[in-house]
Design a protein around this ligand. Structure first.
Ligand code: 5GP
Length: 223
């Protein structure tokens, strides 16, 4: 009776640094074949544990700026001194195959996407406290003090932009956080504005049959 749009959902998952959004997304992808992650371009240096083409496509600033000029990016932003951007073609193609596409991007990029594509689902993942963020940044130990400070300041600014999002999930327990994101995505599929068409089959016939069953209508006289 209901025909829904076949296109997948565009989902943005942002969060303060060290909020654990990467882990939440990883678990989400492991459990749902119909959800895929968009791999961004970045000009930031690759960390030891990262692989080109897995976490990001690592490119030079020059190559990134060429992509901006050629309109290859759906959105981009400079964050803590490096460029980050979403590839346009891959995202559009994946959405058209009916897959839901997750963009793990920061608040300014999210805002840009929301303005252009208002039907995007925006989820913000928060760490339980800033003390916890500080502890996790130090534990990761991948950056110098200046970079850590820049990330910490950015985290404060980001929290002030939560009202641009549709949902906020506090990650004090990863399993619980994943469940919450899953229920958001299920609810989004049930939104009335996702319905393309509502049609009622054989309405007259069904009412007639129903009335006959209830002996409200004398079938012979009716014919
Ligand atoms: P990180 O350097 O820790 O991997 O990422 C820094 C920030 O950049 C994170 O908040 C991450 O979500 C964001 N980010 C990653 N890819 C993109 C992107 O394509 N566009 C934008 N605007 N932000 C991104």
């Amino acid at each position: 009776m209901i025909k829904t749009k076949k296109r997948g959902d565009l989902i943005i998952i942002s969060g303060t640094t060290c909020a654990g959004k990467g882990t939440v997304i990883k678990k989400l992808l492991e459990r749902h074949n119909d959800i895929v992650l968009s791999i961004s371009y970045t000009s930031r240096a690759k960390r030891d544990y990262e692989t080109n083409g897995v976490e990001y496509y690592f490119v030079t600033r020059e190559e990134f700026e060429r992509k901006i000029r050629d309109g290859e990016l759906l959105e981009y932003n400079e964050y803590a001194g490096n460029y980050y951007g979403t590839p346009r073609k891959e995202v559009v193609e994946k959405l058209e195959t009916g897959k839901d596409v997750v963009l793990e991007i920061e608040v300014n990029g999210a805002k840009m996407i929301k303005e252009r594509y208002p039907e995007t689902v925006l989820i913000f993942i928060m760490a339980p406290s800033m003390e916890e963020v500080k502890r996790r940044i130090k534990m990761r130990g991948a950056e110098n003090n200046e970079q850590i400070l820049a990330r910490f300041k950015t985290a404060y600014n980001e929290i002030n932009q939560v009202n641009n999002y549709n949902y906020v999930v506090v990650n004090d327990d990863v399993e619980e956080a994943v469940k919450k994101v899953e229920s958001i995505l299920v609810s989004e599929k049930l939104r009335v504005d996702r319905i393309e068409e509502i049609f009622v089959e054989n309405q007259e016939e069904i009412i007639h049959e129903f009335l006959i069953e209830k002996e409200f209508v004398n079938e012979e006289r009716d014919i």
